[in-house]
Design a binder for this molecule. Sequence first.
Ligand code: GBH
Length: 452
Amino acid sequence: MTQKFLWGVATSSYQIEGAVAEDGRTPSIWDTFCATPGAVSGGDTGAVACDHYHRMPQDVALMKELGVDVYRFSLAWPRVQPDGKGAGNPAGIAFYDRLVDELLAAGILPWITLYHWDLPQALEDAGGWPARDTAYRFADYAAIAYDALGDRVGQWTTMNEPWCAAMLGYVYGEHAPGRKDARAGMAAIHHLLLGHGLATKVIRDKAGHRDDLEVGITLNLSHKIPASDSPADLAATRWDDGMSNRLYLDPLLRGQYPADIAGKLAELGCPLPVLDGDLELINQPVDVLGVNYYTSRVVRAAPAGDNGWPATTTVDRDVERTAMDWEVTPEALTDLLLRLERDYPGPAWYITENGAAYPDTADESGYVDDTDRERYLRTHIDAALAARAKGVNLQGYFAWSLMDNFEWAYGYDRRFGIVRVDYDTQKRTPKRSARYFAERVAAEKGASCSAS
Ligand code: GBH
């Protein structure tokens, strides 16, 4: 029997939509952060972005041309439920209604992510993710979203990359809301996971017994490789893997935080604020565990900093790097997936993001001959399918991203799209990598049909 495998493209609301003050949308933490001098490269903002809010039908038509099965996008919480509390906003929800209908009419499955980092500013003002109440607010928002779209949408992801939301947003201050407070950051991790559990329960309760329901979460996971087998490097790698991967995977899939990491965080004065019953909620069964994969890391021990936190350094490898300066390491994706299936068997795994920024140059027509991105996609798809051939229950792959978009703290300086966006004219032009992806998807689908 050939198992189902879905091919898709992914985006997120703040990165593409624009229209930040239309139809009742209120500011998110990213609108505020972008207005902070020095926070985002070039002073860029998501105010217009790809103007997807006004160009959605054309963007769905583009996806149809690519021949993808599924489109992963996120809802802007401040559009659906302005201020993060109270009733849903019909005018904002209407946009996603139209999007879902447009996708279904094009034969493309809608895959919704509820939270891809655009928290309503009003909720940040009330404490943000470090405040426990935000997890309950998130569950209410999930209920509104499911009530509005659940009749047509069966694929629901609660959170995108809680590591980024908590660490980049509250510990390092590189993303919205730009706070630098480790204690707040550790609380944010727990409350993001709690929000996932509460929302999952809400969605399952509302869905009843529908057999097309797939609920899950997406994590950014990175394969960690020790620089040597010295005890110090092994311990440093274990810490890095613990803070990046196990701190999320263990509570979600095993119902407990990793003891080494939770113990150390408590010792550092930054405990995970766990109350009775929280881990049962976080450990709701998940159908899908989404993996966003970009790179891997060789880890070496470093002397602990003044604050007592374990420290590590990266050993550079002699490999190609993307425009983000991330090392290109497709083989580590195979290793990561094999490790996930071995250590955390159960969920269907999906690559919910994979892709690369390169210094694209467009010709006069807007076409980009991105052989580098084509190679990145080819080698990573090969690596993912290699893991699948070795028994990993991998059920899909999404390219990041459908089109160039607002790359967070890098603004429009970094391009991840397989479709070029000219930000002066908003013209979309498929790059060489988009043609490659479309051909690969068609070929893989043809192969699996004839085999079944
Ligand atoms: C994703 O996050 C986001 O979901 C998406 O919105 C975004 O546009 C996309 O990636 C591209 O950035 O220091 O060399 O080890 C990705 C998050 C990727 C976080 C890689 C940390 C480590 C790089 N991350 N990363 S390295």
